[in-house]
Design a protein around this ligand. Structure first.
Ligand code: FAD
Length: 484
């Protein structure tokens, strides 16, 4: 029956469906390199079929057949996630949502736009900007990240500090439930749209979203350098408590600045230091107030340095290019931590100690996404082609998470690879609530199975911790002796 259903979809979708092993293989990975040695014995990441619906009715037809035949369905849009979020782990259908593109309607008086879920954030802003509007916030992967994909992840990024998460901006979604039923959900429906935010494709397919927009307004950018993480942390708190709320604040530690320098990237005309990039948008008065506040902050401490307006603007222009750092590779590994702002300087100081213990260079940067939370990426260079050394390095990803945890942080996003940390991300009652939602909407477990709700045996926290601790101990000795 399963094969018949897959064949039926394949016939129906013609050149928008494929089971060619070559094409299917392209869908069996995401942005993070994980050795086949670790993946293949445990998971079936090769889809049986890729299909590209172009509207909600087509997506519904696919889900009806999948539901009736217990076939796993993994939604995939920009695939810019790194925890196998959009990679199948039990084969089945990968639903490629990149044909769900375009703006459905703009409501200028209500300041909302209705957009198909596969539209990238950049594409939406390219539509809005010439009309004098803009997305309230966007991820730093906006050129490839779809709006539906961002909503199904945690939905914080550039602009969230001022305007809140994507969830707080979305007024309605059109969703295809696992049974194939198409629903329009708002905050007041049963289920409410909030259930689908950060659901990582495990509850249904979002096909359309209605979201709030803002008027495009002038911006002002500042880049301040600090001699140490402590001073940077204190200045950050002052900036966040000032009367004018920044649109965005991003930070980079001195290791990040050094790496950028060595690769010849901006801000190359500045000495490597801990930096805060602060971006304001709003009225002339607000921008003037912000400028005065920044001038007072820098004036109060001669050890800080304010870059020229030109350098600060260049830094803003590079906001989508964090992955340039990868060029120092061959590969990078890292962890993204959802960390209390107050803990940032302590976290950075412990990360420095960890780097010393393992004889490696750890680079940290990130965005302040709420007045209390910063998303911190801490990464290091490695080489995925040296399999054993690479597997040892993977244990350091957990060690970074452990430093984050000591400072009140947890991973940002779950997918498959962060399931060992579920206990750090959710309280038992919250996790229970999430599992009940899953049971209620997807009792057959066809939507993106193997993700988010529980870890597979090999990744259960006990096995995972024991395995990673052993690898980390070996890695520590190897790192010290330089034999890697
Ligand atoms: C350089 C870089 C910068 C990044 N910056 C940020 C950032 O600032 N903020 C942030 O939150 N993340 C960030 N990310 C992570 C990622 O880019 C975002 O989460 C992005 O929004 C995911 O969108 P996508 O279209 O690539 O989704 P995918 O990776 O394709 O999918 C993400 C998840 O959502 C599901 N899914 C996708 N579309 C749908 C849909 N329409 N219906 C149901 N389920 C769906 C998938 O099954 C998967 O579980 C960054 C990644 C990179 C590489």
């Amino acid at each position: 029956m399963k094969n018949e259903a897959l064949e039926q979809i394949k016939q129906q979708f013609g050149d928008r469906a494929t089971d060619s092993p070559f094409e299917c293989r392209l869908y069996s990975r995401d942005m993070a390199p994980v050795p086949a040695l670790l993946v293949n014995p445990l998971f079936n990441t090769l889809p049986d079929l890729i299909v590209r619906p172009s509207d909600a009715d087509e997506a519904a037809g696919i889900l009806k057949l999948a539901f009736a035949n217990h076939i796993p369905v993994t939604p995939r849009a920009g695939a810019s996630t790194v925890y196998f979020n959009s990679v199948p782990v039990r084969g089945g259908i990968v639903m490629d949502l990149n044909l769900l593109k375009g703006v459905v309607g703009l409501d200028e008086s209500g300041m909302t736009v209705t957009v198909k879920a596969g539209t990238t954030c950049r594409e939406l802003d390219e539509y809005l900007n010439p009309l004098g509007f803009a997305m309230k916030s966007f991820p730093s992967s906006a050129p490839v990240a779809s709006i539906g994909g961002w909503f199904c992840m945690m939905g914080y990024g550039i602009g969230s500090l001022k305007y809140g998460s994507l969830l707080s901006q979305v007024q309605a979604v059109e969703v295809v439930l696992p049974t194939g039923e198409v629903r329009r959900l708002t905050r007041d429906t049963e289920p409410p749209l909030a259930w689908f935010a950060a659901s990582e494709g495990t509850l249904g397919i979002i096909t359309q979203l209605e979201l709030e927009i803002r008027k495009l307004s002038p911006m002002k950018h500042f880049l301040i350098a600090f001699p140490d993480a402590g001073k940077m942390g204190r200045a950050l708190e002052a900036i966040l408590h000032a009367p004018v709320i920044p649109y965005n604040v991003h930070f980079a530690d001195d290791r990040c600045a050094l790496a950028m320098h060595s690769l010849g990237f901006s801000p190359a005309d500045e000495a490597p230091a801990h930096t805060l990039g602060i971006d304001y948008e709003g009225s002339k008065e607000e921008l003037k107030q912000a400028q005065d506040m920044v001038a007072a902050l820098v004036g109060a401490d001669p050890a800080t340095h304010l870059s020229s307006a030109e350098t600060a603007e260049r830094e803003w222009a590079e906001k989508f290019n964090a992955l340039r750092l990868k060029r120092g590779g061959p590969s990078v590994l890292g962890s993204e931590i959802w960390l209390p702002v107050k803990a940032l300087s302590g976290y950075l100081s412990d990360i420095r100690k960890m780097a010393g213990r393992y004889g490696l260079d750890l680079i940290s940067y990130g965005h302040v996404v709420t007045p209390d939370r910063v998303t911190v990426m801490t990464m290091f260079y490695t080489d995925e082609t040296r399999t054993i050394a690479y597997i040892l390095d993977l244990s350091l990803v957990k060690k970074i998470h452990d430093v984050g945890r000591r400072h009140g942080g947890c991973p940002y996003g779950v997918g498959l690879w962060n399931t060992p940390y579920l206990g750090r991300m959710f309280t038992p009652s919250h996790l229970n609530e999430l599992r009940q939602r899953k049971q209620m909407l997807d009792g057959r477990g066809i939507m993106n199975p193997g993700k988010v709700y529980r870890s597979p045996v090999i990744l259960n926290p006990f096995n995972f911790t024991a395995g990673m601790e052993v690898l980390a101990a070996v890695r520590r000795v190897a790192g010290r002796s330089g034999r890697r």
